[in-house]
Design a protein around this ligand. Structure first.
Ligand code: ADP
Ligand code: GLC
Length: 486
């Protein structure tokens, strides 16, 4: 079978630039695909952080006068893991201090339509006969709304290859005023219910879902949920029409980056059969975060964006009740100001028992996964989620809401599942503070029974979360779209 050539377009990639799980996926999936003999190259914007970390590189294309867009160029480089990168360097759009989507105060960049319009435009160009590169993909694989216009541009390009889009989060849609259609040099006729229009706006994600040959999302359960009214975010109608073309593929994790035996961020290392390193991590974390150093008290932890999606308001609300159990709690996160504030207030009210760190800290996130006993993830919805994988791998059973990828990746601990060796955490249904509280109580009760707790921990640590099987599922999708036989 000939090798498949894939252009993987994304707006973030670990370790170069990361705001959430999309970066983790973009950092690991292409490498896993390459080991299946798929020639993947990653296209991403040249933000300052990306430009500053590039290894040896060369300019491979210039786009001085693409209608509607400032001058840009493509820089070829290779990531440390061997994945080739095509960095879209456009100083007018990407060379600025702040995040990929918003400025330092959290306000979205006002020219985001243009910034990600260009990313989509170039992805499409590289997938058409107008490409200046000798390497031509067989298909373009985009991710989330930031690449959503790729299919719209491909639909009017000469010699266009097919495209696939992966939904990592349907709640972020990239909806803009209709005037942007002209600004982005999209065909005026595309501003239509059969095209890029969504409730009177022009929508990057709607366009992505409409024009893609195939749609994937990051867990089988979420693939079903987004076709329903509750989690369809206004796109369920279109998704239901396209039901046959949607595949849910569970995310994997980078098992080198997240390996408790070698993790460079940890003060102690451990494996399913040698767990003393975990106790060292717990002690160091309690020390670092100003918690009472006590090996026996169950330590709960959170690493998350602090947003409505993640449901952490429930945890903050019951924190005073939790303090009676007793447990300790450590929170690392950033996001909505009220949630940040209430996490900080709790840490002041319960010194030594609750610690909160507001910000984004990769090293600390690893130390928390390793040093805590239970990870709390009560997301209202969760397309996949990655921390429940990381925590299981680090011997930290997660406590999760029964939704999205959480339901697909955590098996509730009951006497039966524990005996069968499948239990891997605690799952609650019904988004209420009471349900979360009793589930944490249930976890704490099992923790007191160290024999069973150790069994649960071992189950977690021996599960396979690598990308191996999911990468094969992506290959199946590619082959189907291309109409190639295996
Ligand atoms: P989402 O992409 O919706 O935020 P995921 O669970 O898929 O959720 O991925 C989140 C990723 O971002 C994980 O790798 C997590 O460890 C990381 N992360 C989230 N918040 C922080 C933070 N404050 N500091 C460090 N890492 C964080
Ligand atoms: C999104 C989702 C998250 C998922 C991640 C990577 O940010 O919110 O659930 O794990 O993308 O696919």
């Amino acid at each position: 079978m000939p090798e498949i050539k894939v252009l993987f377009a994304t707006s973030e990639i670990a370790p170069l630039i990361k705001t959430g799980g999309l970066a983790d996926v973009s950092g690991a999936l292409p490498a896993a695909l390459r080991s299946l003999n798929i020639d993947v190259r990653v296209l991403l914007p040249g933000y300052p952080k990306v430009m500053a970390q590039l290894g040896p590189n060369e300019v491979v294309a210039n786009f001085p006068d693409l209608p509607g867009f400032p001058p840009s160029r493509l820089i070829f480089s290779i990531m440390a893991n061997g994945v080739p990168l095509l960095v879209l360097d456009c100083p007018d759009l990407y060379q600025r201090e702040g995040g990929p989507y918003a400025d330092a105060n959290g306000h979205d960049w006002v020219d985001n339509a243009l910034r990600f319009g260009l990313l989509s435009r170039i992805a499409a160009l590289l997938g058409s006969s107008a490409s200046p590169l000798s390497w031509r993909p067989d298909l373009v694989h985009g991710n989330d709304w930031q690449t959503g216009l790729t299919g719209a541009y491909l639909s009017v390009a000469e010699g266009a290859v097919p495209n696939v889009i992966t939904i990592h989060n349907l709640a972020f849609q990239g909806n803009f005023r209709p005037a942007k259609v002209e600004l982005l040099h999209l065909p005026p006729a595309s501003f239509n219910v059969n095209g890029i229009e969504l409730y009177g706006k022009m929508s990057f994600l709607k366009a992505g879902l409409y024009y893609a040959y195939h749609i994937t999302t990051v867990s089988p359960n979420y693939a079903r949920e987004i076709q329903g009214d509750e989690l369809g975010f206004g796109l369920q109608g279109l998704l239901r029409v396209r039901s046959e073309d949607i595949t849910g593929i569970l995310n994997g994790i980078d098992t080198d980056e997240w390996n408790p035996e070698t993790d460079k961020h940890l003060p102690g290392h451990f494996s399913p059969t040698r767990m003393t390193g975990k106790a060292i991590c717990k002690q160091a974390l309690q020390n670092r975060m100003g918690l009472e150093v006590n090996p026996d008290v169950p330590l709960l932890g959170v690493v998350s964006r602090l947003t409505h999606q993640k449901g952490l308001d429930l945890l903050l609300e019951i924190a005073p009740r939790l303090m009676e159990l007793p447990v300790q709690l450590v929170i690392l996160g950033s996001g909505e100001p009220e949630m940040q504030q209430s996490a900080l207030e709790l840490s002041q009210r319960y010194p030594g028992k609750i610690a909160a760190m507001i910000g984004f800290d990769e090293g600390l996130s690893h130390q928390i996964e390793a040093g805590i006993d239970m990870f709390v993830m009560p997301s209202r919805f969760e397309p996949c989620g990655l921390n429940q994988f990381y925590s299981q791998r680090y011997g930290t059973p997660p406590i999760v809401h029964n939704t999205g990828g959480l339901a697909d990746s955590v098996v509730d601990c009951t006497p039966e599942t524990l005996k069968a060796g499948t239990a891997s955490g605690f799952v609650f249904s019904g988004m209420t503070t009471e349900n979360l509280f009793v589930t944490i109580q249930r976890a704490v009760a099992l923790y007191r029974d160290q024999r069973n707790w150790k069994m649960l921990r071992k189950n977690c640590m021996t599960k396979d979360f690598s990308w191996k099987s999911s990468a094969k599922s992506y290959r199946e999708v590619y082959l189907k779209v291309l109409g190639w036989t295996k």
